[in-house]
Write a protein that binds this ligand. Structure first.
Ligand code: NAD
Ligand code: AKB
Length: 328
């Protein structure tokens, strides 16, 4: 698949080069760009997306480019003209949208990371490209380890396995330093969730505060790995800060553990804080995707190699979500 040539095992972008974030107006990008700009300065972080979201702060505050990750020439121009040294590649089609339109999901998720890795090879860039717990399928243990089998039954999961394989290939053959985390379902309040199966764990907070009621699209006993956004952003930046020599074969997709709870436990924890909140459970097709994923993941490799440890539990995550949404 790859024509290998000898390159150094890892190439750090020289200090002073800027950061490009693809898919920056989505759920994770909205928090990640803010934190990257706080650390590196607003002008050093170029936000990009294929769409403009009316009223999104990144359209006004700091550099923003309209860019499809399928447009290799456009990406090349942004990288060269912007003096980019690192790409955080967040643009993707998530599981629920992806299963409705598998061709689009394959095109964007596999085509996008391929263009980003080609760019990295050509311009000596460092890359962060997230994977997902969706790499696991029904044959993986319900507590999936780093080395559990990767046989996803969703197209989205297949594209995430392909992304990990491509990242490993570009490292082995071309020395491209591409790192990734198999994020659990992420829970945040600054931007809406973007068409995934785990979106119920975000939507429930909006519905609880606005209507006092939520109709949840998975069964009450559905247990999935989840994580509060502050933990996810910290994990991302800790992994990118880790010295290359400390990272082993899992660099393209580390398991990271956050919180594992059922939909009923989440509803109950919210009801303890919002008087009269009720939740009905009306499973739809997304139940099937949730059932194919693990309940929790073992993250001992991430702990050993770059010191990962989550801070938020179910109670502190629910408090942070309600406080964030009440302030916004
Ligand atoms: P999101 O859907 O909220 O945001 C993705 C962004 O990508 C959107 O703003 C969308 O406009 C943009 N996009 C779509 N097609 C594009 C294209 N062709 N070119 C440029 N931009 C395009 O997703 P997210 O939750 O922010 O996820 C970011 C990454 O993290 C994805 O790779 C996703 O698979 C992964 N991930 C997310 C979660 C989660 O719970 N949020 C969990 C596991 C993995
Ligand atoms: C989704 O549900 O598609 C994402 C994910 C777990 O990758 N949140």
């Amino acid at each position: 698949m790859f024509k290998c040539r000898l390159m150094p095992a890892s190439r750090m972008a020289p200090p002073g080069r800027r950061i490009l974030v693809t898919g920056a107006l989505g759920q994770i990008g909205t928090d990640l760009v803010e934190e990257l700009r706080a650390r590196h300065g607003t002008a050093s972080v170029i936000a990009s997306d294929v769409r403009e979201v009316p009223g999104h702060p990144f359209l006004e505050d700091g550099p923003f480019r309209l860019l499809s990750v399928l447009d290799g020439d456009g990406m090349d121009a942004v990288v060269r003209e912007g003096g980019v040294g690192t790409i955080y590649h967040l643009a993707a089609i998530l599981s629920a949208t992806g299963e409705k339109n598998p061709n689009l999901c394959r095109r964007v998720n596999v085509g996008g990371i391929t263009n980003v890795l080609e760019m990295a090879m050509k311009h000596d860039l460092r890359v962060y490209a997230p994977s997902s717990i969706a790499v696991f399928g029904p044959d993986a243990p319900k507590l999936s380890t780093q080395d559990s089998p990767l046989n996803p039954t969703t197209t989205y999961g297949e594209t995430k396995c392909t992304g990990e394989a491509l990242a490993r290939g570009y490292l082995d053959c071309f020395g491209v330093d591409c790192r990734g985390i198999r994020y659990p379902g992420l829970i945040s309040w600054k931007a809406p969730a973007g068409g995934g199966t785990t979106d119920y764990a975000v939507e429930i907070f909006h519905a609880a505060l606005e209507k006092g009621h939520y109709e949840c699209f998975v069964r009450p006993d559905t247990r999935l790995p989840m994580m509060y956004i502050d933990d996810a952003i910290r994990a991302t930046l800790d992994l990118m800060d880790a010295p290359p020599e400390s990272l082993g074969n899992s660099r393209a997709g580390y398991n990271v553990s956050g919180i594992s709870f059922t939909a009923q436990e989440l509803a109950d924890t919210i009801a303890e804080r919002i008087d009269g909140f009720t939740c009905d459970f009306v499973p739809d097709v997304r139940q099937k995707y949730a059932d194919s994923w693990p309940d929790a993941v073992d993250d001992s490799v991430a702990q050993d190699e770059w010191g990962w440890k989550a801070e938020y539990d179910l109670d502190s995550m629910v408090d942070a979500m309600l406080e964030g949404l009440s302030r916004s």
